[in-house]
Ligand binder design. Structure first.
Ligand SMILES: NC(=O)c1ccc[n+]([C@@H]2O[C@H](COP(=O)([O-])OP(=O)(O)OC[C@H]3O[C@@H](n4cnc5c(N)ncnc54)[C@H](O)[C@@H]3O)[C@@H](O)[C@H]2O)c1
Length: 312
């Protein structure tokens, strides 16, 4: 298959590109390099890399020419970055996705897999793990734009028969992630023996999904037709304070764990509980994420940090 990944130089995109190249696909990456380039050398050498902006229609049309499938992952993200740049966040989402859809029509592309987010669930009450049927509650420009795009893509399935899959990722973590996200931020603080800073009581929960499991789900969903919204979740609910303790233990750090008040601009993001159900994914693909948090953290410590630590 010929596959375009927008945002393919980012954390999830670069890991997906590596896997798709390994599987023998012809991979093209379109990325503005806003967050640098996370593709390793061998993957970078194996893909066709296009530096460009998804907000530019001609760039997206050119980049997707001849492709069978597009993984549309380009986005502005990170709580602080989104809070500081709500307009750019929405532009990249809304204009970028509109361009991907327009380009798909011109280039006769049959399928788009779009990176949505579990952030869409917002403060939706959860007695049980969140399923795709739960009423969504997007609160931020980022989550609202993601939800808008899910609906926009679904309308193109209805009207034009485009196959569209919106992937609701739940806190993906793993190799190559940068410290906009909590897992690498805690690792960095722990390895520097600085305070590990937890917002609020640390009792808020998240569902951490390991990158290889996320990539596996993305790859399997490439074979699914139709219009679907699919959670990609590990189905484990962890308190953030437990994450801090685990990372402190794994790194044998001297850090202390400090509980601090979250900056006001993070309030909309400070969801108390989030855990997802991957039953639909299992039903559709025969697969669901299965790497436990301890195992995932050990893996990224071994690959990302152990050598680094012995050099320092
Ligand atoms: N990481 C997570 O836990 C998570 C959770 C939910 C949803 N998502 C979604 O998954 C996708 C990938 O996330 P990630 O963690 O790899 O983020 P990332 O920031 O590492 O990757 C995003 C990539 O998009 C590129 N980009 C940004 N603006 C662009 C533009 N205008 N044109 C072209 N490229 C542009 C960036 O340079 C970056 O390489 C995003 O759509 C994100 O919203 C991620």
């Amino acid at each position: 298959m010929k596959i375009l990944i927008t945002g393919g130089a980012g954390f999830i995109g670069s890991n997906l590109a590596k896997r798709l190249v390994k599987d023998g696909h012809e991979v093209r990456v379109l990325d503005s390099l806003l967050r640098g380039n996370k593709l390793d050398k061998s993957t970078y050498d194996s893909v066709q890399f296009i530096k460009g902006d998804v907000r530019d229609l001609s760039t997206v049309t050119e980049a997707s020419k001849g492709c069978d499938v597009v993984y549309h992952f380009a986005a502005v993200l990170g709580v602080d970055i989104v809070a500081d740049n709500p307009v750019e966040t929405m532009d990249v989402e809304v204009i970028g996705t509109r361009n991907v859809v327009e380009a798909a029509a011109v280039n006769n592309i049959k399928k788009i897999l779009y990176a949505s987010t579990s952030g869409i669930y917002g403060h939706s009450a959860i007695e049980n793990a969140l399923t795709e049927e739960v009423l969504v509650d997007p609160r931020t420009s980022y989550a609202m734009a993601k939800r808008y795009n899910e609906i926009y893509l679904a309308s193109h399935h209805e009207e034009k028969g485009l196959n569209v899959i919106s992937l609701r990722f739940f806190n993906v973590y793993g190799e190559n992630q940068d410290n906009r996200m909590v897992v690498p931020r805690f690792f960095e603080q722990a390895l520097n023996n600085e305070d590990i800073t937890v917002f609020g009581t640390g009792q808020q929960t998240r569902d951490f999904t390991y990158i290889d499991d996320t990539v596996e789900a993305c790859v399997r969903l490439m074979d699914v037709d139709g219009c679907h919204i699919v959670n990609i979740a590990n189905e484990e609910e962890w308190q953030i304070k437990d994450l801090a303790v685990k990372i402190k233990d794994i790194t044998a750090s001297q850090s202390s764990i400090q509980y601090i008040e979250a900056p006001k601009r993070r309030y909309d993001y400070e969801v108390e509980r989030r855990v997802g159900s991957s039953e639909k994914l299992l039903h559709m693909t025969g697969y669901k994420p299965n790497t436990g948090l301890d195992e995932g953290l050990q893996k990224i410590y071994a690959t990302n940090y152990v050598n680094l630590n012995s050099i320092l």
